[in-house]
Structure formats: C-alpha cells, structure tokens
Design a protein around this ligand. Structure first.
Ligand code: AGP
Length: 606
C-alpha cells in the first residue's frame, strides 16, 4: 500500500522526507515523489520505480522549503508512471493519498463540468481539484479541505499542504492509518510510527473520520461531525534502528533467522516455564462459557488461523468457524451468543480483516486479536489483544510474524483447554514443554541452510509446484505454496494430501515437484500412500519429515530430515523449511525478495 509522510520542519525537509519514505518501502510501491512550499510557492519532484530514482532527480533539481509532503505509490488507479505519481499538485494545493476514493468518477465529472482539467487517471487528482474548487469559491484553506473531505467516499488517508501557507498541513483518515508525530517545534504526519521514528517517538493515531490541522506549535483534531476532539499521544514502539538488514542480504532472510529469538519473546509473554503453565490475559469472557470461536484473517495470517482451528478444537473442544476475511465479511454468518471472534493480522491494518472485526462486534461477539502492532486499528478496536512480539516485519512475505502467530495460537488453545478442564495439568506441562523447545530446534535447522540452495536450483526450473499435508501440516502446505508463489512467481498450490485423488493428481508428471509436509504421526501412513501414488506417476517428491526416508515407500527427490518433536509443535517447526525453500528459490530467480512485484505489506484497501 502507499506510504505518506508530511513535515512542518525548521530546516529544509526534502532529505528527511526521502528518509521517511525509505522506511515505508516495505509497504510496496512503484513510484515516489515529494513536494515542498518554498517562499510561498509549491514545487515537486517525482520518479517512477524505486526511491533511488527520486534521489537522482533531487540531486539534479533540489527542493528547498521547510514544509513538505512525500509519498510512495502502490498503483490502484492509473499506471505506475511518473504522471500518476504523488504528490498531485497545482499552483495552490499539493496532496498525497493512500486508499481508494470510490466516488471519484462522479466528482471528476462534476469538476470537469466546472472547467477543471484533469492530467491523470488517478482518483487522487479528484481531491486536488475538489480542494482547489473550494479555495476558488473563497473558502480559506482548512475550510476548503474540510468541505472537500465531506464529499469523499471510500477508504483513504491523505495529507495536504497549501501555497502561501508555510505553517499549515492538513491530514485526514477514513480507513488506512495516519499518525501525527509531535516534534520539538516541528510536526509530522505519517502512515505509521515506523516512518516517523527518526523524528519522534511521540505519536497520535487518528481515528476514522478524523481531520487533523497541524502547525509547528500545535495540532487540532476534528471528528467526522466537526467536533474538536482529543486523541492520546503515545510513545511509539518503533525505533530508529529497525530498518536495518544487518549482515543479511534481504529483510526476509534476517526475519527467518530472527524466529528463535522472537518466538521465545512471544512464548515468554504467555508461558510460565517454571511451572509449565499458560497465563492468558483476561479475555473478558469466561472461557468455559465460550460457545464458538470465529477466526478470520487474510493470507498467511489466515493459515495461522487454520492451524489455530485444529488446536482449539482438539484441545479446548470448542467449535471453530474460520474464513478468509474478504468472504466472512460479506457472507455475514449468524454468530451465536457467547461467541468469541478472533482476528489475526501482522499489520493490524488489513481492510478486510478490520471490516470483519466490525461485523462480528456488531453481532455482539467478544473481540480478540492476534496482532504484531499493538497501536494498530485492529488492536485498538479489539476488546482484548494477544500480541505477537515479532518486532517490525519489513519483508512483504510474512515469516517471523507467522510463527509468532502460531505461538500465540498454541498458548491460546492450551489456556482455553485448561480453563475448560479439557486437558490435565500433566498434558498442559507436556504441551508447554514442547513449545519451549521450538526456538532451539529452529536454531538447529537454520544452521543447515545450505541444503535448501541445492533444492532451490531444482525448484527454480519448475512451472508448477504442489504442496501436500494432513492435519496441522495442511495449513503449512498452504503457507509453503503461498511463500513460493509470492516471492519467486512460480505457480504453487497447497492441498490436503487426502484430496490428491480428487483432482490434483492429474497435474502430476516428472516436471512437477511435490513438497510433502509429513511428520511421523498417526496420519503419516496415509500420506505415504499419497506419495507412492505421486511417485508412480513420475512426480518428484521432496519429503519434509522426522521419519527415515525409507518409510516413504517410494523414491524421493529429496528428504529434509526434521528432529523428532511433540506433534503439537510441528507447525511451528515445519514452517521453517518451506520458508527457506521459497527464499532460496526466489534468490535464484532474481526476484525482488523483500518487495515482490504487485504485492504490498499491508493491504489497507479492499
Ligand atoms: C504473506 O506473506 C503476505 N504478505 C500476505 O498474505 C499477508 O499475510 C496478508 O496480506 C495479511 O496481512 P496482515 O497479517 O498484515 O493482516
């Protein structure tokens, strides 16, 4: 998604704007630009592609000015070319925007009829002309901005500066996040705290419908009814050191290797290892009275939810309804009294997940969320937060956040089960012990990374790859397929192994690698039969298992030997080989591993 930054500074801002945009690169973008007010005049520089192209422009055509806006664009309306890049600007107004203006066509027609000439295909330019139209009617800047905001329909965050107004910036939020940064005689706007970390750690998050009017000395926030409101200024957790790959080639590699540490941090937040107990926060609902758990999320977070479903049903004996958020929100399923709705989101800003949360809240469900950003919208709209302590995840492809989400689900399932008396103290101790050993096992796996490079050479030549799993390894197969396709662009599908004969086996021939995720559990023999069916048709099997290779009963392309662990902890550990397979294949393919094409880190629009 797009990234927004605005600075009312005491020194020239161009360089700071670009620095802040660099901290927003992880959100995914295809063009960038900045605009400043200098001696009362607006001026801008924009460039297609990565920030280095914008920096080149600024080297040859520098911008001064102590008031400015910056933007990284992820194209929704209009091609990713310079003409469509933000800021959109005329001689009176400059605007940057994240989101979608749903009624932009009707506004465009209305403004065109009034003589406004549009230069681009973007919905954002509509905002520019709308504010300008109110200025031309004689309204002063803030009033013109507020009137324009009243006309917009959709999900957007935006920032506006004005010619001749060196000490004014307006921000507005309806959906995608926008934060005010409080500086020392300076003020800032940003899509998140990460962008503002170099300038300040004192942040005010705007709520939906808010309009912020900033000067260097103060900020006024008005709600959607125009009332002056106060929003809390909090200390941000983002730190200026986070945007650093260390000695890794990619953020994704760094984040895969951070998993032992961040899983330990996350587990420590819920486990008392001295007595082998889970300590959950007060859910605000008696666990023994929970009639149903509804889980909703998107992408990788959804696959974490799928594993959570297996665990909650198996150990806490509570029925679980789960669906991807983009379906759940429009299906509008009836939800029972005494139900708990659980949302999973690394960013805490995913539009579909947030919309589903609001649906479930309106249905009287108790709302809990597993989030990595505690100040995010999803977190703030939940009754209770179950945080992951993964630290900021910069790579678009989620890795450490996923295994931390699994860690929270594992603790959550055990905590519910103990409260409902569906597991004994002995069983709880055994499950907690299994979790506590995972960081060490992952560290061991990561020391033997070379074997994935060889496998990656073979995967990189494939057109199609199939991932198979049963039980809690089925969501890991889905996740492995998602990882591979989203960063290497090789088509991959995850399937329940038992579904093979219901269609996918038609895909199998000697050109199709089949990654089988199969710990030696009570389902292994059944999966071994599937492997033999694949091998009989020439399929090339990569088996991820703690069983000896001979147990497959067929020829293997490769055998990724895993340590023997408690079946409960398998998804946490088996996620790592499929992450490494995807990562090394993508590196070989030469794709942009941290910012894959067409993808954004946080999908804050539908
Ligand atoms: C996962 O690698 C992808 N980046 C994507 O599927 C992601 O998990 C999904 O968009 C959900 O994001 P969230 O966790 O921030 O809500």
């Amino acid at each position: 998604m797009c990234g927004i930054v605005g600075i009312l500074g005491n020194t020239p801002v161009a360089e700071h704007l670009v620095d802040a945009l660099r901290r927003l690169e992880y959100r995914g973008y295809d063009s960038a630009g900045i605009a400043t007010v200098e001696n009362g005049h607006l001026d801008r520089r924009r460039a297609e592609g990565k920030l280095k192209n914008l920096e080149q422009r600024l080297l040859s055509e520098p911008l001064k000015g102590r008031t400015g806006l910056g933007h990284t664009r992820w194209a929704t309306h209009g091609k990713p070319v310079e003409r469509n890049a933000h800021p959109h600007m005329n001689e009176r107004v400059a605007v940057v925007h994240n989101g979608i203006i749903e009624n932009f066509q009707e506004l465009r027609e209305e403004l065109t009829a009034k003589g406004h000439v549009f230069q681009t295909e973007t919905d954002t330019e509509t905002i520019l002309h709308l504010v300008s139209a109110y200025l031309e009617e004689g309204h002063e800047s803030v009033d013109a901005a507020k009137r324009a905001l009243q006309r917009l329909r959709g999900a957007f965050a935006l920032a506006i500066i004005f010619a001749g107004q060196d000490n004014l910036m307006v921000g507005a939020r309806e959906g995608p996040p926008l934060a005010v940064g409080h500086g020392d005689g300076e003020m800032y706007l940003g899509s998140d705290a990460i962008a503002l970390a170099p300038f300040t750690d004192t942040i005010t998050y705007l709520e939906d419908g808010d309009c912020a009017v900033l000067s260097r000395q103060s900020v006024q926030i008005f709600d959607r009814d125009g009332r002056l409101v106060t929003r809390p200024a909090i200390k941000s957790l983002a730190s200026s050191m986070l945007v650093d790959k260390g000695n890794y080639r990619h953020f994704m590699a760094k984040e895969i290797h951070e998993q032992p540490e961040v899983i330990s941090h996350t587990l420590a937040n819920y486990l008392d290892l001295s007595v082998g107990r889970v300590e959950l926060p007060d859910l605000g609902i008696d666990p023994s009275s929970i009639s149903q758990v509804s889980i909703s999320a998107c992408g990788t977070a959804y696959y974490a939810g799928l594993v959570g479903k297996y665990w909650i049903e198996r150990y806490a004996r509570i029925p679980v309804e789960i669906d991807v958020a983009s379906e759940f929100r429009y299906r509008e399923p009836p939800l029972p009294k005494g139900g708990l709705a659980l949302f999973v989101s690394q960013s805490g800003e995913t539009a579909d997940t947030l919309a589903t949360l609001r649906y479930c809240k309106a249905q009287g469900q108790r709302i809990a969320s597993i989030v990595n950003v505690r100040t995010s919208t999803i977190a703030r709209e939940s009754h209770v937060i179950l945080p992951t302590l993964a630290g900021p995840e910069i790579g678009v492809a989620s890795t450490k956040a996923f295994t931390c989400q699994l860690s929270v689900f594992a603790c959550f399932a055990i905590g519910l089960a103990r409260a409902r008396g569906t597991i004994t103290r002995e069983e709880e101790r055994a499950l907690v012990k299994a979790l506590s050993e995972i960081p060490r096992h992952i560290s061991t796996l990561l020391r033997d990374e070379d074997r994935y490079e060889d496998l990656a050479h073979r995967l990189s030549k494939a057109q199609d790859v199939l991932y198979l799993g049963r039980g809690t390894s089925y969501p890991i197969a889905l996740e492995g397929a998602l990882k591979l396709k989203e960063i290497s662009y090789i088509h991959a599908e995850g399937y329940a192994a038992g579904e093979l004969k219901h269609g996918p086996i038609a895909l199998i021939d000697e050109n199709v690698p089949v990654i089988v995720v199969a710990p030696q559990d009570q389902l292994f023999e059944k999966t071994a039969s599937n492997m033999q069916e694949v091998a009989a048709r020439g399929g090339r099997i990569v088996l991820v298992t703690d069983a000896p290779a001979s147990k497959a009963g067929c020829a293997l392309e490769a055998h990724i030997a895993m340590p023997e662990i408690h079946p409960f902890a398998v998804p946490l550990l088996y996620a790592v080989p499929v992450q490494l397979l995807a990562y090394h294949t993508a590196v070989l393919m030469g794709t942009d591993v941290d910012q894959p094409r067409n993808l954004a880190k946080s999908v804050t629009v539908e």
